[in-house]
Design a binder for this molecule. Structure first.
Ligand code: NAP
Length: 241
């Protein structure tokens, strides 16, 4: 039986993905800050769903991760879904820095802890939900797009490190477009996807150990063209969402 830990499983993409892995019969460790949401998931299959409160911004997060893994008697896949995001055209420093703490520092803290565990185990799989927002700097969300770019680059570095060190650690970078979750706070976004639909693609990407995945095909098309836009033109485009 396969065992997956999902951090950021209390809502949105992480929650839908946790539901799917539970439905598929996996042993699932769920984490996040909201205990009542974790308990709801645990009740779905109390014999194979384990929960642990984890705040990725806290230094004790790796200890909590290990305690969860211990309760599950091991981990085969680590999936990080935790993240925050805000439009911040006013460039409020508190918002910018909180985003760096969660999406930058918290991401690094948890991914390093999972790496250390898999390194000792001799194998494993690290997956993280980044975003297509890391493709280019977004004027209305500087910290969000920059931290997502950081995540893309970090995961690429880890994939190279695994090869350099001949480690059997697989890396999956999941980059969705707009998904209808609390993160968007009901805003009016184009090409909005349901979290359940995104979860199905994540499940497939993890099962087949894909290196990276843009969800869905419309966004693959969009990102392809975004990448072709030179900086001088990108910086003059009126992109609001
Ligand atoms: N929605 C989109 O359009 C979209 C698109 C591309 C990528 N993404 C990415 O997908 C990921 C999930 O976002 P979502 O859309 O599903 O939003 P969401 O519903 O707001 O979920 C965010 C998750 O992150 C967790 N989280 C936030 N701060 C945390 C912290 N300090 N420690 C531990 N967990 C924390 C939350 O759990 P607690 O509050 O319980 O801690 C929650 O489970 C994020 O990384 C986001 O950037 C979203």
């Amino acid at each position: 039986m396969k065992r997956i830990v999902i951090v950021g499983a209390t809502s949105g993409i992480g929650r839908a993905t946790a539901h799917l892995f539970i439905e598929k019969g996996w042993t699932v460790g769920v984490a996040g800050r909201r205990m009542e949401k974790l308990e709801e998931l645990r009740r779905l299959a109390p014999d194979r769903v384990f929960s642990e409160p984890i705040d990725v911004t806290e230094p004790d997060a790796p200890a909590h991760l290990l305690s969860l893994v211990h309760a599950m008697q091991g981990m085969d896949v680590f999936l990080l879904c935790s993240g925050i995001g805000n439009q911040n055209a006013e460039l409020r420093p508190d918002i910018e820095l909180a985003t760096v703490r969660t999406n930058g520092e918290g991401f690094t803290r948890l991914v390093c802890a999972a790496w250390e565990y898999f390194h000792a185990q001799g194998k494993g799989h690290i997956a993280a939900v980044s975003s297509i927002a890391g493709t280019k700097g977004l004027g209305v969300a500087p910290s969000y797009s920059a931290t997502k770019c950081f995540q893309n680059c970090y995961l690429e570095a880890l994939a190279q490190l695994a090869n350099l060190q001949h480690l059997s650690i697989h890396i999956t970078d999941i980059r969705p477009g707009f998904v209808d979750t609390d993160l968007l706070r009901g805003g009016n976004y184009p090409m909005l996807m349901r979290p359940e639909r995104v979860a199905r693609d994540i499940y497939h990407a993890i099962l087949h150990k894909h290196r990276r995945l843009i969800i869905d095909c419309r966004y693959r098309f969009l990102v392809f063209f975004w990448r072709l836009i030179p900086s001088w033109l990108w910086e003059r485009l009126p992109i609001h969402n």
